[in-house]
Design a protein around this ligand. Structure first.
Ligand code: UDP
Ligand code: MG
Length: 308
């Protein structure tokens, strides 16, 4: 059995070398073959130089280096396209996800023919109350309005069979939400809890704003419910208008003039909101229709003894 390990890297100059040595230490026990696919997602620091050092001294390593930062989603997609193993896995470069846990996951997959994917989910999250609250809301909402099932806390830290990888590559949308794509393609997934470690070096690349944008991509890519809200709001406002008309005819008092201003502003707000929702979907469609590359690889480095 051959295992392909995909490692997306953005500004991880201090972590990639450490990751490589930790990985080799833990995977000494692994009896199968493996390849390491580092995807340098347009890092602005010395990540490429560090990766070149690893390629020179290590074995079965491939580095795909992007022309600019395309995001972790694009980096994972590039890794999937390069992976040639019977098993494929995705793991972060910052050692928050331990290679030893990955080895346990690989063993579970090897021992259970009926599993197609082993996914690690964070049992205990080391994050603030506000972030945790919003993440909870996101999972509750998306599970209500989407046809696919999202497991709370399920990460991209997974090992899966080639069949899963092939299905994922077939989904080549520009705005990628890999957690949703995993849920969409289905297959028999076994979930195991894990506790994320502290980042080895550097800071997380995710701000609250980028997480919010990412959550919006997830909702818009896997649900058309926001479009239906427009229809419901339209019906409600028509009903409201009729109630207003009847009250105005019956009461004929001055307060209704004041209410009219309120209602005009209120309905204008609703109209703009609905147009806003429509625009979100149109902008997604616009990007998908352009069908541009999800990433552009500038260079590929391969270690000397690399076996395809
Ligand atoms: N990453 C990437 N491209 C990006 C942002 C992040 O390839 O634009 C990589 C990053 O180097 C790391 C992984 O994705 O290996 C997870 O990123 P990070 O640690 O910032 O996320 P967090 O663990 O905080 O969710
Ligand atoms: Mg991290």
């Amino acid at each position: 059995m051959k295992l392909s390990v995909i490692i997306p890297c953005y500004n991880e100059e201090k972590n990639v070398g450490l990751f490589h040595s930790e990985f080799c230490k833990d995977f000494k026990k692994y009896k199968g073959e493996y390849e390491l696919i580092f995807v340098n997602d347009g890092s602005k620091d010395k990540t490429v130089e560090e990766l070149k050092k690893i390629v020179d001294k290590g074995k079965n390593i491939k580095v795909v280096s992007f022309s600019r930062n395309f995001g972790k989603e694009a980096a994972m997609y590039a890794g999937l396209r390069e992976a040639s193993g019977d098993f494929v896995s995705i793991i972060d470069a910052d050692l928050q996800q331990r290679p030893s846990v990955l080895l346990d996951m690989v063993n579970i997959l090897e021992e259970n023919d009926d599993y197609d994917c082993v996914c690690a989910y964070q049992d205990v999250r080391r994050e603030g109350f506000v972030l945790s609250f919003f993440k909870n809301c996101f999972y509750k909402l998306i599970n209500k309005i989407s046809d696919v099932n999202f497991v709370r806390g399920a990460s991209d830290f997974r090992v899966f069979r080639k069949s899963v990888k092939d299905a994922m590559i077939e989904m080549h949308e520009t705005h990628r939400f890999t957690k949703g794509i995993f849920a969409y393609v289905g297959f028999n997934t076994h979930y195991i809890p894990y506790e994320a470690e502290e980042r080895a070096n550097g800071n997380s690349k995710w701000s609250f704003k980028s997480l919010f944008k990412y959550a919006m991509t997830g909702i818009l890519s896997f649900s058309t419910f926001p479009l239906k809200i427009a229809t419901y709001l339209g019906g409600l406002t028509i009903l409201g208008a009729f109630i207003y008309l009847i009250t105005a005819l019956v009461l004929k008092v001055k307060i209704l003039t004041m209410m009219m201003f309120f209602l005009i502003t209120f309905f204008s707000g609703i109209q703009l909101l609905v147009i806003g929702v429509l625009s979100q979907y149109i902008s997604l469609m616009y990007d998908e229709i352009k069908n541009r590359q999800i990433y552009i690889a500038k260079e590929i480095f391969i270690s000397k003894n690399y076996k395809k």
